[in-house]
Design a protein around this ligand. Structure first.
Ligand SMILES: *Cc1c(COP(=O)(O)O)cnc(C)c1O
Length: 360
């Protein structure tokens, strides 16, 4: 068996320990004689799995009791619709457009009410985060929406926007559990877990209880109401049971690692290794404004499409997978999520140095 260094943006690398444990439990989960995949989601064993997962996530993020934690399906993209369907009581919401995911969320919200773009960084291919200290927040906005870490472009909000008292809604798919957050600053935060937590198929929504109600857009399907899932503790219907089980293991791994402050330090250390090299390199350079750099997704280019392609090819041959940038921006992107070890980043930088010497 040999494992590569996997820099995929998602689905992405998972902690090896977690994968091994899941493998050991594959045929017989703790004396049940069956795999978690084969288990009733109403069984005692599964009830423990989902409850522990929620409890561990609450502990990691210090989620107050006034917030519900929901394990849902449909990916992050389904939230683009669920959010306006459930929260747009006055049919107005403000969106800050910092990339494709925020834009898609905005376009979806336009189907349900009046969505306003109150800031955007599209003028410079989303290579920065706009100043959000004094935006024209709409008086009747039901919420202000951001995509906190822009997976494709590699930018991150280092400060949350001033929403002028309005509810903040954030897509945290690609920065979920990468550092401590103050949950109380959000009305709702959510993310697809396939970036930084677990396997594709689970989306976690953390929502303040007062935002959950039956007062939703007329015609909202039962399955798309937060209330349905909140009332049933995420067991209204069959949840993505196996995926939640793996997420639970990742939460335990994070606790063992020392929690989110330790992860933040570790992530800063990893990102610094790569960014420092990009800043000194005469071949490679980062593509976003330094102050807005993401700790999780690091896009870079050589300036030549041919050299970029050569780099991606040779890196792959050397065991560094999925370094090709998103199809919409080109170049390269290294996603260095929680589960990417420091050695992976060090090895990548060593390889980049060698490539630079050979291709000057
Ligand atoms: C990947 C991603 C999405 C889309 O996730 P799906 O689960 O594929 O719908 C949305 N937002 C962000 C920030 C992402 O990184």
């Amino acid at each position: 068996m040999s494992r590569v260094y996997n820099f995929s943006a998602g689905p992405a690398v998972l902690p090896e320990e977690v994968l091994k444990e899941a493998a050991e439990e594959m045929l017989d989960y703790r004396g049940t004689g069956m795999s978690v995949m084969e288990m009733s989601h109403r069984s005692k064993a599964y009830d423990t799995i989902i409850k522990e997962a929620e409890a561990d996530l609450r502990e990691l993020m210090q989620i107050p009791d006034t917030y519900k934690v929901l394990f849902l399906q449909g990916g992050a993209s389904q939230q683009f619709a669920m959010i306006p369907m459930n929260l747009m009581k006055h049919k107005t919401a403000d969106y800050i457009i910092t990339g494709q995911w925020a834009k898609k969320a905005y376009q979806e919200a336009c189907l349900y009410g009046k969505a306003n773009q109150i800031a955007s960084s599209e003028d410079k291919t989303f290579s920065y985060i706009p100043d959000c200290s004094d935006l024209p927040v709409s008086e009747d906005a039901d919420y202000v929406y951001i995509c906190e870490n822009n997976t494709i472009y590699g930018t991150k909000f280092k400060e949350l926007p001033n929403t002028k008292g309005k509810t903040l809604v954030a897509d945290v798919s690609s920065c979920f559990l990468s550092e401590p957050v103050d949950v109380t600053r959000y009305g709702l935060l959510y993310g697809g877990v396939q970036k930084n937590i677990g396997p594709a198929g689970v989306v976690i929504v953390i929502i303040r209880e007062d935002l959950i109600s039956e007062d939703v857009l007329p015609g909202t399907p039962t399955m798309l109401k937060y209330k349905t899932h909140a009332d049933a503790d995420s067991l209204y219907n069959t949840p993505p049971a196996y995926g939640i089980y793996i997420c639970g293991k990742v939460f335990k791994w994070l606790k063992k690692m020392g929690g989110l402050s330790v992860m933040k330090e570790r992530n800063e250390k990893k990102a610094k290794i790569l960014y420092d090299y990009l800043d000194e390199s005469r071949l490679f350079r980062g593509t976003v404004e330094k102050k807005d750099r993401s700790l999780m997704n690091v896009p870079f280019v050589t300036g030549s499409d041919e050299l970029d392609a050569k780099f991606v090819k040779e890196a792959k041959e050397a065991g560094f997978e999925n370094l090709k940038g998103h199809r919409s921006v080109g170049g390269m992107r290294a996603s260095i999520y929680n589960a990417m070890p420091v050695e992976g980043v060090e090895a990548l930088v060593a390889f980049m140095r060698k490539f630079e010497e050979e291709n000057r």
